[in-house]
Design a protein around this ligand. Sequence first.
Ligand code: X2X
Length: 333
Amino acid sequence: RRQFLLQAGGLGLSATAPSLARARATDIRLTAGNILSANHPLNVRLAEAVSAIQSESRGRVSIQVFPGGQLGSDVDMLAQLRSGEIQFMTLSGPILSTLVPAAAVNGIGFAFKDYDRVWQAMDGALGAHVRAEIARHNLVAFDHIWDNGFRQITTSTRPIETPADLKGLRLRVPVGPLWTSMFRAFDADPTSLNFGEVYAALRANVVEGQENPLAVVQMARLHEVQRHCAMTHHMWDGFWFLANGRTWAALPHEVRQLVLSHVNAAALKQRGDVRRLNARLETQLIEAGMVFNRPDTTPFRAALSRVGFYADWKQRLGSETWTLLEQAGGTLA
Ligand code: X2X
């Protein structure tokens, strides 16, 4: 079910590839995976794009989406994507950074004050730079990154009001060096876990907290195993829509255009959905029993500065990437 079918019938690679209209029904079957639940805006908008692609190609191009980690964890799916076992996935930049270091850049702590700056950066020079880095690893990142959101910290044990409250906190973080570095800088005790393991780890109190946008907290029902939520907005996180470079290049030009236009348009719609959802979920999560606080983020950012977090990441990412980040979001020190 994961295989890539490109039947001969005229789907050659030459410049004279026949038009979509002349090809047979369902010649091209592609697979996409992600770890988000089927009702997350990313999957809702992706499903719309997939059905538009299917109908506009008269059934010739079909993309089967496996949400909810059905194909495995992000780490598993990245390996499947690179081998060509699957053709598409959506992946958080700082997780992708295990392969493409520059992809961590969007998650640098407190780099973006608001969404306007995020989209200017990610649809502008910074995003173009990251996509070029991704391309060097034989993956194709589509033009518009999808929104995960600003990340907030939830805990079962104690509220996080100041940086000192993070000291020793057993915190689940996604698998990516930026998260461990950042929470070690706060003197917390981060553990890298794939998303599918988060609920059970919190429930068993293997970790006492995690950090995610509210949409993810709610869809993964983390409120059942978490009490406090500190609205720290400590990093902005987005999902790159990635294709395997070889299979993408082997698709006829008009198929690539069809897929690109619908997936890019879906990304823009999804951004609005996520933003509205994250804005209204606080009320719903309070009703579900969570207690919210809004810490002053100034001391958190100062704590990162003091221990050299920004200097360290400037060096790790290199001055080209760092300069683009500061041009988009403002000076970090
Ligand atoms: O794993 C997470 O925490 C998630 C869902 O936010 C990411 O994809 C980074």
